[in-house]
Design a protein around this ligand. Sequence first.
Ligand code: TRP
Ligand code: SF4
Length: 337
Amino acid sequence: MDKLNLVSGMRSTGKLHLGHYMGVLTNWVKLQEEYNCFYFVADWHALTTKYNETANLRQDKLDVVLDWLACGIDPDKSTIYFQSNVLQIAELHILLSMITPNNWVERDPTLKDMVKILKNKDGDTSENIPQVNYGLLGYPILMSADIMAMNGAVVPVGVDQLAHLEITRDIARRFNNIYKTNLFNEPMPKLTQIPLLMGVDGQKMGKSFHNDIKISDDEQTTEKKIMLCITDRSRARKDDLGHPDKCEVAYKYYEIFADSETVNQVNCECKAGQRGCADCKRQLGRIINEKFAPIRQKRIELAKDMDKVRDIIREGGKKAAAEAEKTMIKVREAVNI
Ligand code: TRP
Ligand code: SF4
């Protein structure tokens, strides 16, 4: 049987962090075996909030793909592309916008979060509602076009994107009803079970919170950032008895990145007051560096030949456009345009 099409995208945020790696990329790498995967950089979506901050956009897009390739997203297995290289997505977005009621997009709960981001960006702490541009309002419609153009059956996303996917399913159903067709299936979300990785300060890991460790950080930078990790706050001296369960970040990272033997040893020594937090974090930095060394090395190699990387993206764009064109031939016919 043919593999089902799977579609997922990331906005072009620039270099990715370990939260992306643990939460999304390891999952994407595995899914390549089971599905026909379409992985793209959502650069049009980036413009819905960053329309006036495009100076780094081109570099950011390349950095995202470099991280994907280094982590094992394989262009021989998956289609890797920039959204804006597939014009059929824009065409489908227009057609879908014609049939999507205003209140479906205005109700989108994620829109409120994005509005908050816009406000913070303007340094606005008032209760004023910032201007919402037409493109931002259309965010879930564009996302629907991303998925439906590729005939996506499965969409791996985090919980924050579930509301969008619900709109996609509604739009697919409405299209079929209006144009009396069964052209579109209703794509299913595939929730990632892996919990979000916290940043070194214990908050959600994110670029804008300055608490993230990048996949591409060098060893020294990683070690420095790991030293900032929050530990058991009640502990002042090395021989104070520690509480790994109250060690807010460092021990949690051990549980995620270290083997179970090491975790056990850290646990015992910490409780017995035989392990200082500074030493403990130095060891943690080494463990993380060891784990990411092959990925980082691969990224460095890839970055030496950016023409090749651009080729991969261009070829992926052609493949994605061919897939989307198959859909659009049927869509144009259904709409009679
Ligand atoms: N909105 C998604 C995010 O912010 C990115 C995205 C755009 C996406 N289009 C998509 C994800 C289509 C899955 C499918 O994470
Ligand atoms: Fe956390 Fe390690 Fe310090 Fe224990 S010794 S509190 S596990 S950093």
